[in-house]
Design a binder for this molecule. Sequence first.
Ligand code: IVH
Length: 692
Amino acid sequence: MNKGLFDFSKEDAVTRYKFLVKEIRRHDELYHGKDKPEISDADYDVLRQELDEIEQRFPDIVVKSSPSKKVGATPSKGFKKVKHSVPMLSLSNAFSEEDAQDFIVKIQRFLSIQDDIEILAEPKIDGLSCSLRYENRKLVLAATRGDGAEGEDITANVQHVAGIPKALPDNAPDTLEVRGEIYMRRDDFAALNQRQIEAGKDIFANPRNAAAGSVRQLDSSITAQRPLHFFGYALGEMSAPFSKTQEGIRKNLSSWGFVAAQPSALCNNINDIMAYYNHVMMLRPDLPFDIDGVVYKVNDIALQERLGFISRSPRWATAHKFPAEQAVTILKDIFIQVGRTGALTPVAELEPITVGGVVVSRATLHNEDEIERKDVRVGDHVIIQRAGDVIPQVIGPVLDKRSKEAKKFIFPHHCPICNSLAIREEGEVVRRCTGGLICKAQAVERLKHFVSRNAFDIEGMGEKIIIEFFEEGMIKSPADIFRLEERDRGSLTPLRSRMGWGDQSARNLFDAIERRKTISLDRFIYALGIRQVGEATSKKLAAFYGTLDHMMEEMAKTVHDRGCESFSDILNIEDVGPSVADDLLGFFAEQHNLDILKDLKESLTIPAFEKIVAEGSPVAGKTVVFTGTLLTMTRAEAKARAESLGAKVAGSVSKKTDYVVAGADAGSKLKSASELGVRILSEEEWKNLIGV
Ligand code: IVH
């Protein structure tokens, strides 16, 4: 139970009140300013409620700047989650002319086309992406991107966004999803911040944050007061295709009441592309909205379909980013951060400075060699750079401005957290703490990763809570998270009161944990935090092994025998090369990791991985080997198409192979297929089978 208010002495109330004011302000800043809330909206409500109660009981202690004097900052309930019918993808990036050229060349190679490929170029708007669903030409749903597969329902909040028609004309398809960017114009952003200052509220760091903070208001009447706009640039699900080109899509969307970002251009080659890029870069300072680059899209939709996707982005589009923005400031100090894999990363503490609209006070220095190579010293003036969402970097010192007092940094050989030896293995740039399980920093970082948004996504379980629980010995390994509620009956109480938790806050956290006791295999693998195994690789592993038990069996076979078939299976998985395989097997070779897995399995339900395959795919789950020269498609295209239909594409023929597709001049693979009795298909037969 919460301590009853009438049990409080005034002195107690003042202490608690000061804590609440500070804490609520911090959460307001995280939520509105940074768009990065640390606690759930429900937990925030509890804090606000307690503040209100104290203010009513002790009106003479109320401070002028109390959060209760702000209107509209109170989120009341969470957004509903919605699954996207077609995933919302992101874009690959190009940073130079060579990268842009490479984008074109790869497309030509993939499609085996030597001629020019028409590209539609348009600005890349810096806002937040949104999917609008129209059914029978009425707007029925608006959703944020979220993790690409699932976003948040913001239908109520987009009602007042300019450029979002509520209804479409008769010639629009019955079902249509329009994807685009919600953004705030620069002049509107400046005026909003002015109003925030006048009202004594926190200001937004940049127009993107302002747009995101405005859209994510749980009270849609506040969103209605924020001047937001929408640019449409792509499509999701649709009942009938209506255009053969990207340019046509832009035209159709415009005729239906959407707005497309200007200027756009059709380009035929790298010269056209670079002319467009330079032109837009020149216009950039005078555009009414923020852009962070331009986007190139293959104009022909039929070619887009052939090109398909790689991991989370289309092969047919890329974002060509503008150069990062730079600034000069003073390097006040260097401290060492310890990551979840024990890596020691030097971080620069800077005199705060605005770069590209954002205040930067820390930047990464990567590793000890970088500090040496750049010769940056504490006290130096340094050039820092920020590009998009990337962590700001220190480029180097301004030598003319170096003072005599500037000090060389001596990189520690011991972990600053647990004091274990930190070693650098031969050929590695990173120095790592050898403390393993005893190192608090590693344990906490691993737990943070475990509960993070793209892993277990446990709402309300922020860094502060993890550290507290860790220090109290309540959560040492991930499986302890799922036993928290059990423990709560006894030993949690003192901790609760220290953290200022009421019953509701605890309930919210336990509920959030409970909701995640069923988790998809790919998220589970990602949550383990195995070095080099990110989200995309986790998905590939989940798709390949199907279940955790199967994956563990295969890993167990391979850990001590790299000559076995299971090992070549691992290397056959897209994205998994020998180095990733080493890290993966390294993880499964450690008994303490196996113990953690066993422990987790007891608390969790991990359903067999559901592959997103085309409905009724005749080759889902089948293993296919392509051999010889194919006539109507490139090998890469054939592989991508087969995989999108749920087939596994292997490099060599074995008993497990279902089909060998033999092109012209097929050699030894064809021979082994007939020896093993594997079904052999011609290119034509394969295309008939998959319905091309
Ligand atoms: S096309 C299937 N066009 O940039 C690809 N995206 O960094 C759909 N963005 O997720 C994206 N302007 O939120 C496209 N003209 C534009 C864009 C644009 C901004 C955003 C979008 C995307 C992100 C990738």
